[in-house]
Design a protein around this ligand. Structure first.
Ligand SMILES: [Zn+2]
Length: 377
C-alpha cells in the first residue's frame, strides 16, 4: 500500500489523551478517598446527626440534607480537577466555551445532581425502611424502571438543559436517511442538529431515546465540516446501533450489573450494621457512603468488561454501515477527520484501549473497513 490509511498520531494527541486519562483517574481516586474517609473516621455519622438537627428530626428531610452536604463536599473537592479539565480543553484549542458559560454549566450540573440524586435517595431509603428484608430486590426493580424512564426522557428533558437541538433541515441528508432506513426496514422518527459548537470544536453523533423519543443527533461541528457522503456514513453507523437494538441491550446489561450491585450492597449493609455495629440499622442513612462505595468498586471492576461489550457493539454498528453505504471510502475519511478534530489517538496502546475505550481505536475501525472492502470486492 502506497500511503498508510491511518496517519500517525501527533505528539499533541498522545499528550492530551494521557492527561485526560490521568484526570479521570484522579477524579475517581478522589471520590473513592472521600467515601473511605467518611466511613473510616465516622464523620458520616456526624453528618447524619447534623442533618437530623437541621431537619428538626424529620427523616425524609434529613436524608435529603445529608445528600446535599455530601454532594457539596464532593464538588468542593473535585472542583480543582474540573477546572483543570476546562483549562486543558482550551490549552489544546478544543473548546469554544468561555469561563462564565462553563461555570453556569457546572451550576446546572450540580443542581441536576441534587434533583436526580434527591429522588433516588428518597425512594431508596423509603424502600429500606419499609422492606428491610427484600429491599435490595425491590430497589433494583424500581431503579431499573427509573433507568428506562430516564433513557426515554433524556433526549427531551435532560439534553436540552445543556444543549440546543433543532430538526435537521438538510433535504438531501434527510432523503439519504430515509433510503438507509427503508433498506433497514426501520424508521427513525427524528434527526436533530445538535449545537455542540457553542461548547467545543469536537464533533459527535449519537442514537438516543426510547420509543417515541428515539432519534439520531448529529453535532453541527460534524454537519458543517463533512461531506454528505461522510455524514451518510456516520448516519449509517448510528442506524446500525438502532437496527441491532443496542440501547435495549445496554439496558439489559445495566439490569444484570446493578442486580449484582444491589445484592453486594445488601451484604455490605448487613455486615456493617450487624457485625461491625457501625450503623444503627439498614435505614441509617449514614451508610450511604458504603452503598456508594460498593457500586463504585463494582463499576471499576466491571469497566473493562463493559467497555469490551461496548466496543463489540460499535464494531457491529460499523459493519452495518459498511453494508449500507456505496463505498467505505467516506467512512474511512470521516474516521480520520473525527480523530483529527477530536484529537483522538488513532492508535492507542492495546492496554489503554482494553481498559478505557468504549470505542475501538480509529486505526482498527479503518482496518476493518478496508478488510470488508477487500472481502466484498
Ligand atoms: Zn457508535
Amino acid at each position: 500500500m502506497g500511503s498508510s490509511p491511518t496517519p500517525a498520531d501527533s505528539p499533541g494527541a498522545a499528550h492530551y489523551n494521557r492527561l485526560q486519562r490521568w484526570l479521570g483517574i484522579a477524579d475517581f481516586a478522589l471520590g473513592l478517598a472521600l467515601l473511605v474517609v467518611l466511613l473510616a473516621t465516622g464523620w458520616t455519622g456526624t453528618l447524619r446527626d447534623l442533618s437530623y438537627r437541621a431537619a428538626f428530626q424529620n427523616y425524609s428531610l434529613a436524608v435529603f440534607l445529608y445528600l446535599v452536604i455530601l454532594l457539596a463536599i464532593s464538588k468542593f473537592l473535585s472542583f480543582g480537577l474540573d477546572y483543570y479539565g476546562f483549562r486543558l480543553e482550551h490549552k489544546y484549542q478544543l473548546s469554544n466555551q468561555k469561563l462564565r458559560p462553563w461555570l453556569f454549566d457546572e451550576v446546572k450540573g450540580f443542581a441536576l445532581g441534587i434533583v436526580l440524586g434527591g429522588i433516588a435517595i428518597e425512594v431508596l431509603y423509603f424502600i429500606l425502611r419499609q422492606y428491610p428484608e427484600h429491599w435490595w430486590l425491590i430497589a433494583w426493580g424500581v431503579f431499573m424502571g427509573l433507568f428506562v424512564l430516564m433513557a426515554q426522557l433524556a433526549p427531551v428533558i435532560l439534553f436540552p438543559i445543556f444543549y440546543k437541538f433543532e430538526p435537521l433541515d438538510d433535504e438531501d441528508l434527510k432523503r439519504r436517511l430515509i433510503v438507509l432506513g427503508e433498506r433497514a426496514g426501520t424508521r427513525i422518527r427524528g434527526v436533530y442538529r445538535w449545537r455542540l459548537s457553542e461548547k467545543t470544536k469536537k464533533a459527535n453523533a449519537a442514537l438516543a431515546g426510547l420509543g417515541s423519543t428515539r432519534r439520531i443527533i448529529l453535532a453541527d461541528t460534524l454537519l458543517d465540516n463533512y461531506s454528505h457522503e461522510e455524514i451518510e456514513a456516520v448516519l449509517a453507523h448510528e442506524l446500525g446501533h438502532h437496527v441491532h437494538r443496542h440501547i435495549l441491550k445496554s439496558i439489559a446489561m445495566q439490569a444484570a450489573t446493578s442486580f449484582i450491585g444491589f445484592w453486594a450492597a445488601n451484604l455490605a449493609l448487613h455486615y456493617a450494621a450487624e457485625r461491625l455495629h457501625v450503623f444503627e440499622s439498614l435505614s441509617d442513612f449514614a451508610n450511604l457512603p458504603l452503598l456508594a462505595l460498593v457500586f463504585t468498586v463494582l463499576g471499576f471492576l466491571l469497566m473493562p468488561a463493559l467497555n469490551a461489550y461496548s466496543r463489540y457493539n460499535e464494531r457491529q454498528a460499523d459493519r452495518y454501515a459498511f453494508e449500507s453505504i456505496a463505498s467505505v471510502e467516506p467512512f474511512i475519511s470521516s474516521m480520520n477527520k473525527l480523530a483529527g478534530q477530536n484529537l483522538a489517538e488513532r492508535t492507542p496502546s492495546r492496554l489503554v484501549e482494553i481498559l478505557f475505550h468504549s470505542h475501538p481505536a480509529i486505526s482498527r475501525r479503518v482496518e476493518a473497513a478496508l478488510a470488508w472492502e477487500r472481502k466484498s470486492a
